[in-house]
Design a protein around this ligand. Structure first.
Ligand code: ADP
Ligand code: GN1
Ligand code: MG
Length: 372
């Protein structure tokens, strides 16, 4: 680690009551937004590990409210897990308060940081390795939905306003195309046309939420496979992590985000689009696990709209990546030129594939919903 980072991190570490001697600090995970580190401390009693994260202030503009949400939700989950005889140290993230009692601290540059106990013996995966992992992640996200089904969603802060307001996402995309600040629009005319042709799609779920046909629930809003920790020994999903975007939302969007990421046959930024499709078998595996985890918590309308949730989240992600490409990559971290365009292209390819597969996607949900 270079010197500046080291100084910065030690300034943060000093604000928490970590035990023993600091031994290691490594960059961790593959998220697009926050910066994550794993800290190791040597104590007389063996090594102890923690997760330290710098919250992205440009994106999470109200970090105090964000941490309030996380503390409320994890308190609730801990109570539910305890009632069921589960392990509260492994089945939910546990925030470590700073020395001053706040669930976060700030550094001299005004950045916000938080710490969690590190959950050992578990891994988060960026790609589906086996059906079992994907099934397990589905059960975990479904269970998350179920455990929070009676939580008063309206009491949570909206950590990113209009996060899954696809109509608003479309409007921002439209503005980015018109402003074309980087002069990139002409080179992505095909992608822009694909999105514009589907403008009516952006309204479908927003309208049903506004009319109350779809209930507003506590949702995770970033249900990628890599936001679930899978136990290295048992292969069971133990914990849903990355709770920054937990806020009021739609269950079908949580379902959909998992499908667009995990049921794809290729990585989110794959450049060879011939490799990209939505795997119906993986889709079925996820439906089965998600409905098991939800354990009857979903309404009939939510069940009917699950396939639409998959299309919508994929479409919305495509719009977001394309917007960021047009605006000069200021939102999603990139590791190579054109990465956000590559990400947009995989998402739009998946949308086209899901449109073709919609009848089968519906049949699969019906098959598993019958047993509900
Ligand atoms: P991001 O928003 O950047 O995706 P995450 O909260 O998902 O950040 O954390 C990044 C990675 O750090 C995760 O994919 C996971 O591997 C690891 N991680 C996060 N929290 C914990 C934890 N409490 N215990 C163990 N590993 C964790
Ligand atoms: C971001 O931080 P990460 O990688 O878990 C983004 C999600 C996107 C995802 C795309 C706060 O999540 O909404 O779906 O990238 N998070 C935020 O991979 O915008
Ligand atoms: Mg994550």
């Amino acid at each position: 680690m270079e010197r500046a980072r080291r100084t910065e991190i030690s300034e943060i570490i000093a604000q928490f009551d970590f035990p023993g001697e600091s031994k290691e600090c490594i960059s961790f995970g593959s998220g697009h937004i926050n910066d994550t580190y794993r800290l190791t401390f040597e104590t007389g009693d063996g090594d102890r590990q923690y997760i330290l994260q710098r919250m992205n202030k440009a994106i999470f503009t109200r970090p105090v409210e964000l941490m309030e949400n996380i503390c409320r939700v994890t308190d609730w989950l801990r109570r539910k897990i305890e009632e069921r005889g589960g392990d509260v140290w492994r089945e939910t993230p546990n925030v470590i308060p700073a020395k001053d009692g706040r669930p976060y601290c700030t550094d001299s540059g005004g950045e916000y940081w938080r710490a969690y106990y590190y959950i050992t013996g578990a891994t988060s995966y960026d790609m589906v390795k086996s059906d079992d992992d994907f099934y397990e992640s589905a059960v975990a996200f479904g269970r998350f939905q179920q455990l929070l089904a009676d939580y008063p969603a309206e009491t949570l802060h909206e950590t990113i306003p209009k996060f899954h307001d696809t109509v608003d996402r479309f409007a921002k995309f439209d503005r980015a195309v018109n402003e074309d600040v980087c002069g990139r629009a002409a080179s992505v005319a095909g992608e822009i046309r694909f999105v514009v042709e589907r403008e009516p799609l952006a309204h479908v779920l927003c309208d049903q939420q506004a009319s109350g046909e779809l209930p507003t629930r506590v949702t995770h809003n970033d249900t990628k496979l890599n936001n679930v920790l899978i136990d290295d020994e048992t292969g069971k999903a133990i914990c849903v992590i990355d709770l920054d975007t937990v806020m009021p939302g739609l269950s079908v969007n949580d379902f959909g985000d998992s499908i667009r990421f995990g049921a794809s046959t290729a990585a989110e930024d794959e450049r060879d689009l011939d490799k990209v499709s939505m795997d119906l078998h993986l889709y079925e595996v996820y439906v089965k696990g998600f409905l098991k985890g939800c354990a009857g918590a979903l309404t009939q309308r939510e069940l009917e709209m699950l396939p639409m949730g998959a299309i919508m989240m994929t479409f919305e992600s495509g719009i977001r990546f394309l917007t960021d490409h047009l605006e000069g990559d200021h939102y999603f971290k990139i590791h190579r030129e054109g990465q956000n365009l590559d990400r947009a292209r995989t998402q739009l390819r998946l949308v086209a594939d899901m449109e073709r597969k919609l009848p089968q996607m519906r049949e699969i949900v019906e098959k598993y919903a019958r047993g509900q």
